[in-house]
Ligand binder design. Structure first.
Ligand code: AMP
Ligand code: MG
Length: 411
């Protein structure tokens, strides 16, 4: 066994990825499956929505100008010549002295330009008395009031929300061009691991990294196409590294330079090991390589290291492949530091922090194996390479772990 000869700077690895990772090509996606997908192109509407002037209330379609002066004392008498319902327009035109009974959402017939609400009208024997003036356009939704033909309604790069899918349906776009989702497989290695759902027993521990990695990859809009838990046997790991139906492999465990750490050597043999060892804490035994154009992230097995290496390198890669911004996907807050953070020049530190009484408290149980620290934490502070630490009272930026409103104290 020997240590790392040299460790790469975090920025160097980030730059390497930023220069090489491009969004995957678009594919047509059915409307029913598009929520959460990332638009690959701007979407322009070819049509007006609604495509006709529509009643905004139940009542009578009238010629607004005719109703001037109508009141309780001087109701305007009109002849009811028909009915307009949503989807069943009135075929004729409304002339002087005429009205059409109309329901909300129905097309306003030709000749009419206003709707007298039902509560201001009284119909009897084919005639209606209108007791309140309705100026032209009153209670009428204009054609194109929602969307105008030619308007850009959604921009490329947008992760589609439910209401976005609804709008796409309303303008008649289907299917919709979205970036292909990056296909990811997990390769979780370690002789000591039991599958999630087991009871920890003896010297064996339950694999937690696959749960964490699955959740993070789903957050980053990736498609998880497989997951294997493997013993530390080189031939098994080699076979898993050759899996060719993925864009990205996330390999957990065995990423360092110990005798059971096979993955780095195998990546170098089967492709290129671009980086091995990064000047950061935790996660310094992280690595990165490529096999036949597939990205291989070597994530240390320690749960916090695994999460940290994912967040620094794999997460931005998956987001960029899927057409999303590379940047941190949750909210950030700036708050003063309650206690100093120690670091070292030349190394990036990833510090889990809680937020208490409006200030940032670094969690003291900071070992890379203490997964519960990430559960207690509201987020993380990153201490850059050039700093020896951050003094108490200094304002720091916290990358929050989610978008829930900030709560004080433990979860
Ligand atoms: P390794 O990176 O394989 O040397 O593992 C470092 C530490 O992380 C060891 O204590 C492992 O037991 C632990 N570990 C490795 N893989 C996992 C996993 N999937 N879930 C939880 N802990 C793990
Ligand atoms: Mg291991």
């Amino acid at each position: 066994m020997r240590g790392f000869a040299a460790r790469a700077d975090v920025e160097e690895v980030e730059r390497f990825l930023a220069e090489r990772v491009r969004a995957l090509p678009p594919e047509p996606v059915a409307l029913l499956a598009c929520i959460g997908r990332v638009l690959a192109e701007d979407v322009r509407s070819a049509v007006d929505v609604p495509g006709f002037a529509r009643a905004a209330m139940d009542g009578y379609a009238v010629r607004g100008a005719d109703s001037f002066g109508a009141s309780d004392y001087d109701p305007l008498p009109l002849r009811v010549i028909g009915e307009a319902l949503p989807g069943r327009p009135f075929a004729g035109a409304v002339g002087p002295g005429e009205a059409v009974r109309i329901m909300t959402g129905a097309p306003v017939p030709e000749g009419a330009d206003a709707v007298a609400p039902a509560e201001t009208c009284e119909e009897q024997g084919g005639r209606v008395a209108v007791r309140e003036a309705v100026p032209p356009l009153r209670h009428v939704g204009a054609r194109g009031e929602d969307v105008r033909a030619g308007e850009t309604v959604l921009r490329a790069g947008r992760r589609l929300r439910p209401q976005d899918a609804g709008l796409l349906a309303s303008i008649g776009v289907s299917p919709v061009a979205c970036h292909r989702r990056p296909r990811v497989a997990l390769v979780v290695t370690g002789d000591e691991l039991l599958p999630p759902g087991s009871q920890p027993e003896g010297a064996c521990i339950v694999d937690s990294n696959s749960l964490v990695l699955r959740g993070l990859a789903a957050r980053d809009a990736a498609e998880i196409v497989g997951a294997e838990t493997l013993p530390d046997r080189p031939e098994r790991i080699r076979a898993a590294l050759l899996r060719d139906d993925v864009d990205v492999l996330l390999v957990s465990g065995g990423s360092s330079v110990g005798q059971e750490d096979h993955a780095p050597r195998l990546v170098a043999e089967l492709g290129t090991l671009d980086f091995h060892g990064v000047a950061m804490r935790p996660s310094s035994p992280a690595g990165l390589g490529r096999i036949h154009g597939r990205w291989i992230f070597l994530l240390p097995g320690n749960p916090v290291s695994c999460l940290c290496a994912y967040e620094f390198f794999a997460g931005p890669t998956l987001r960029a492949l899927g057409g999303l911004p590379r940047v941190w996907p949750h909210r950030r807050v700036r708050l003063p530091l309650a206690r100093k953070i120690g670091s070292e020049i030349g190394r990036v530190d990833y510090v889990r922090v809680a937020i208490e009484h409006g200030s940032v408290v670094p969690l003291s149980t900071s070992g890379a194996s203490i997964l519960s620290s990430t559960v207690r934490a509201a987020g993380a502070v990153i201490v850059p390479r050039g700093l020896e630490g951050v003094p108490e009272g200094a304002e720091v930026e916290v990358l929050l772990y989610d978008d829930a409103p900030l709560t004080e104290g433990s979860p």
